[in-house]
Design a protein around this ligand. Structure first.
Ligand code: SF4
Ligand code: ZN
Ligand code: ZN
Length: 318
């Protein structure tokens, strides 16, 4: 009689499976899951990253202390860390969130130390923004309808650009996973925001003016698999969520995408392929750009409006 609690075994070896990859039908043990993650990231890196010959090349890996960026840095370091012409820097933005940022910053620092990667940080006050804890206080006080994350997301982008300038980055690697990408694409669709879909990373074949191109090597790997990989590799990661994240629209999108994926496995891949096709169609079309970026009069960064979003939001906090 079959044991009710029989553990299924890995498709590729006899070890017990720790993961059922529903969209492919595979059962996987820890090391075969790790293999699959490695393969996907390597392939994406090959597609997204072109390192010119005979010149020094710097990659800024945006890290947060969380699992995604930890896996990203570990993979990039493993693949490219030995190359003499490539410098890898781990950069962390300190938003000023008590109880959350200090321990996660520590994880990020530890990871860099253990890999022998240079570590850089920049804080919101250093960038001229208020710390997030203070921003949240102001939001509550003034009855602002915007969520903390709508400020934080914009400020953090400035922070990453700042770090990229500081280290002279040729490319910025971001830890967005498959779920993140699918959520973003859904949000853009919901807002009818084609322009943002066109500006989605990776920027390998669609570079944006005045900005170091972003690559997203984890974009085909589901969040859950990244988590399992991080545990399998025993990477130092911070597990807590930011206390100001609640109520962010992204969390509802997370639920929606999870539900759609459960109903129709492969939904996330489909959304991503769709966005890629739209980008490709646009790149091949006659209409080359929807709007020409200008240099922000407030801070000099390239933006699409009169004033960049960061300067706009900074002014709201004055
Ligand atoms: S959850 Fe929101 S407020 Fe917290 S770090 Fe992320 S973007 Fe910032
Ligand atoms: Zn196996
Ligand atoms: Zn600006």
């Amino acid at each position: 009689m079959a044991d009710l609690f029989e553990v299924q075994s890995c498709d590729k070896c006899r070890n017990p499976a720790i993961h059922h990859q529903v969209y492919s039908g595979r059962m996987m043990c820890g090391s075969h899951l790790a293999d699959s993650v490695r393969k996907k990231v390597t392939k994406a890196l090959r597609e997204q990253l072109t390192v010119p010959k005979n010149s020094d090349f710097t990659i800024l890996v945006a890290i947060s202390g969380g699992k995604d960026s930890a896996v990203l840095l570990e993979r990039i370091h493993e693949r490219l860390g030995k190359r003499r012409d490539i410098t890898i820097v781990g950069g962390c933005v300190d938003e000023g969130i008590e109880g959350y940022r200090p321990p996660s910053l520590e994880c990020a620092r530890q990871l860099c130390e253990s890999l022998g990667v240079r570590f850089e940080t920049v804080s919101y006050p250093e960038l001229g923004f208020k710390e997030m804890d203070e921003v949240v206080g102001k939001i509550i006080e003034s009855g602002d309808k915007k969520t903390p994350c709508s400020y934080c997301g914009v400020f953090r982008r400035q922070g990453i650009n700042h770090l990229a300038d500081r280290v002279g980055a040729d490319v910025i690697a971001l830890g967005h996973n498959l779920d993140d990408m699918a959520q973003t694409i859904m949000m853009n669709m919901q807002n009818g925001d084609l322009e943002r879909t066109l500006r989605l990373a990776p920027h390998t074949s669609t570079p944006l003016e005045g900005m170091a191109p972003r690559i997203v090597p984890l974009r085909w790997v589901p969040e859950q698999e990244i988590h399992l990989y991080a545990l399998h590799k025993k990477l130092p990661i911070h597990h807590e969520e930011c206390p100001h994240g609640e109520g962010a629209l992204r969390f509802r999108h997370r639920e929606t995408i999870a539900m759609m994926e459960a109903d129709v496995p492969g939904t996330r891949h489909g959304l991503l392929r769709m966005a890629d096709d739209v980008k490709k169609l646009h790149a091949d079309s006659e209409i080359k750009r929807l709007s020409t970026p200008i240099s922000c009069p407030g801070c000099g960064q390239m933006c699409s409006g009169k004033l960049c979003k960061a300067c706009e939001m900074k002014a709201l906090m004055e």
